[in-house]
Design a binder for this molecule. Sequence first.
Ligand code: ATP
Ligand code: MG
Length: 308
Amino acid sequence: MHLSKIIKRFRVDKPGKFRLSSIDPGDTCGLDLDKDELRERIAKDVKRLSERQEVLYAQDRWAVLMIIQAMDAAGKDGIVQHVMSGVNPQGVEVHSFKAPSPQELEHDFLWRPAQRLPERGRIGIFNRSYYEETLVVRVHPEFLDKQKLPAGLAGKDIWNERFKSIRAFERHLARNGTKVLKFHLRMSKEEQRQRFLDRLDQPAKRWKFNMADVAERARWDEYMEVYEEMIRETATEEAPWYVIPADNKGFARLLVAAVLDDALDDLDLQFPKVANSPELQKVRQALLDEGMPKKVAKKKLVVKKPAE
Ligand code: ATP
Ligand code: MG
């Protein structure tokens, strides 16, 4: 099956009925590529993405925002690296969202991401995002306490209110020319165990191991519940969620690149058309003249008519 068909299977189109358990983290849709085949496909993807990104940049109208949310060690960094390898760094911005700073806590929860939105013509990647406000903050109410909300505004309705704010924010972005694509990398708990063990066992990977990640792992089921509700509440037509099976890193990378490629294709991007105006022709003539020995410049020059 072609990838552009496969990605539709992982887009959440019926949010009210969505269940995380409907996506098998180990699924590869029968596309079990070996390392060489994978490398080849990735090289192809990157080339196509970089061509499309150049047009996005030149056209300077649309922006693309990719949001990546996942448990620790699900491969967020690898996805960012893969999608970005080969594209012009000037057209891409990556932002990682950690616990908010004291200054950020003085503002509402959408203030921080609003300042990091991609400009027109750019692809912005949020490695984690404002969705943490309905995930880690929900699992850890003590984080909410730090947010200095007035009494009465941090009650049990707060998560619904946040979902509403997020839907409105993303609709606003869509109306103003930002294409929002959201990815949840769905990894199994067993795969995370293996990856943590790898980090501990391999000296070169040990720096990635973080004690806090183990504490979050212990709350796996709570996280799965809040992820599911978050996706159900915020999957919209203008800002869809893709739930990507992520136990196989190569497959996850191919899928995310395919979603991005498909979205860029839908935007019908085109290089700006610049007419060959008399001014441009004059400049061209002057440049041609500059390259000729002075005496013959005027007499011998046969100017080829430039293509329209
Ligand atoms: P890595 O793959 O390198 O571990 P990471 O995204 O997990 O990357 P860390 O620095 O380990 O980066 O962790 C960032 C932490 O910040 C995460 O535990 C995340 O839940 C937390 N965080 C992000 N946004 C918020 C927020 N709004 N409030 C509280 N914590 C947040
Ligand atoms: Mg981490």
